[in-house]
Design a protein around this ligand. Structure first.
Ligand code: PMT
Length: 402
């Protein structure tokens, strides 16, 4: 695949592997991409701006200030310009900055401003790469939707041998080309995602809810976005950092509000993913004032909430795809199969409360995907963004889609 017309920011940080960024720049340019280099301060200890500027045919940027007259390199404009933000090599230091929102140089500021997908190719010594702080920063970045181009194994600058070498430039080029090839898969498609918990008010200060963090739904929203879809998110209350401007985003609280928002959009959608953990029941009445603890016990009448997926499933058109989730504690597959047919899903993603590293809150999941056609696929425990990718790949197999 050619990269003609693709705009790529290539960040280079302080690492011995920075010499490979010259090869990478050349490969990206040969493939047709427009490349803007941004170097961290210490990158120039390893490779000169002149080399990278010559190969990329543009000045290599590293400072906020452009010249003495006060002109500056606008990180927001750079972030908006790019179709892809790639950093190769990324050092442990810059990984930590990106993971924690630290923003003391042009590259980190552009990372925070970029709305496009991000790919990061770490390079460091093998023990550094396995250190829990680095692993945790990598996991954090993955949970933001960034793609990590994992380090390769081999001889390292320290003389040791193991995992830590920056992915070879040819392999990075292949990952970039794959990314742009898959990005167009959902181009022109409208995708609705319900996610997070719902909150059902008891009185002005209390509610019934559940433990959904929204992580699974958000990973899916990012994955669809990276595949070119226009993504409509209806989210229950969550406390994750989100760039809502990348999506058509609506915040809701109760199941009723989620239903009304989803119902208003449903007819125009190509794909609907019901990842929200919707409360099945809500208080029959919301007390106008805080309920007092006047008695030894308290009974609250609950009434069934609208089943959003089932209601919209009944209105599903032939060219629409509905994907459900199931969170079960017993008879998992049987219950999921029942929901698959009862709610008119084309595919259901079952996560079991019994699997460590799966379900609510955690950054990983383990799923069993059941298609209406009878095909079933099981995953290992993996970060939620990888599970999202698997789900999307499975959606591509649904006959309506093919
Ligand atoms: O948010 P995280 O912390 O990352 O956790 C992710 C998750 C576990 C919440 C998610 O992956 C998940 O499983 N979501 C659905 C959980 C659930 O409510 O399952 P259910 O078996 O009760 O519902 C089945 C399906 O019907 C779901 O697609 C659900 O969104 C939908 N439903 C349920 C009830 C209702 N009133 N309206 C609905 O649309």
């Amino acid at each position: 695949m050619s990269l003609i017309g693709k705009k790529i920011i290539l960040g280079v940080t302080g690492s011995i592997a920075a010499y490979k960024s010259a090869f990478l720049t050349r490969l990206l340019i040969q493939s047709g991409a427009e490349v803007q280099i941004i170097m961290s301060a210490s990158a120039s200890d390893f490779i000169t701006p002149l080399t990278l500027a010559t190969l990329s045919k543009k000045p290599a940027l590293s400072q906020f200030q452009k010249n003495e007259t006060g002109e500056w390199n606008n990180h927001v404009e750079l972030g908006l310009w790019a179709d892809l933000f790639l950093v190769a090599p990324i050092s442990a230091n810059t990984l930590a900055k990106f993971a924690n929102g630290s923003c003391d140089n042009l590259l980190a500021a552009t990372y925070l401003s970029a709305r496009c997908p991000v790919m990061l190719a770490p390079a460091m010594d093998l023990d550094m790469y396995q250190h829990p702080s680095v692993r945790s920063n990598i996991q954090k970045l993955e949970s933001y939707g960034d793609k990590i181009l994992h380090a390769e194994s081999g001889e390292l600058a320290s003389g040791l041998s193991g995992q830590g070498r920056m992915m070879e430039p040819e392999h990075i080029l292949a990952a970039v080309e794959d990314f742009f090839a898959s990005k167009s898969d959902f181009k022109g498609k409208k995708v609705l995602i319900t996610m997070g918990p719902t909150q059902e008010a008891l009185d002005p200060v209390r509610y019934i809810s559940n433990h959904s963090s929204g992580k699974m739904g958000l990973a899916l929203a990012h994955a669809f976005l990276q595949n070119g879809a226009e993504v409509y998110v209806i989210s229950g209350p969550i406390s994750l950092p989100v760039d809502k401007d990348s999506f058509r985003w609506q915040d809701v609280k109760s199941a009723r509000e989620m239903y009304e928002a989803a119902g208003a959009l449903h007819a125009q959608m190509d794909i609907c993913v019901f990842a929200a953990a919707v409360a099945d029941y809500a208080p029959a009445e919301i007390a106008p004032e805080k309920i007092k603890k006047n008695s030894a016990s308290l009974s609250i009448e609950l009434v069934k909430n609208v089943d959003i997926a089932a209601k919209l499933g009944a209105q599903k058109k032939q060219n629409q795809i509905h994907i459900g989730f199931a969170l079960e504690t017993e008879n998992e597959v049987e219950n999921a199969e029942q929901k698959l047919s009862k709610k008119n899903f084309d595919m259901i993603v079952l996560n079991s409360m019994k699997n460590a590293g799966a379900g609510f809150q955690v950054d990983t999941n383990k799923v069993h995907i059941l298609h209406a056609s009878g095909v079933a696929v099981e995953s290992d425990v993996a970060p939620k963004n990888q599970i999202a990718k698997l789900i999307i790949d499975q959606i591509k197999n649904i006959p309506v889609w093919v």
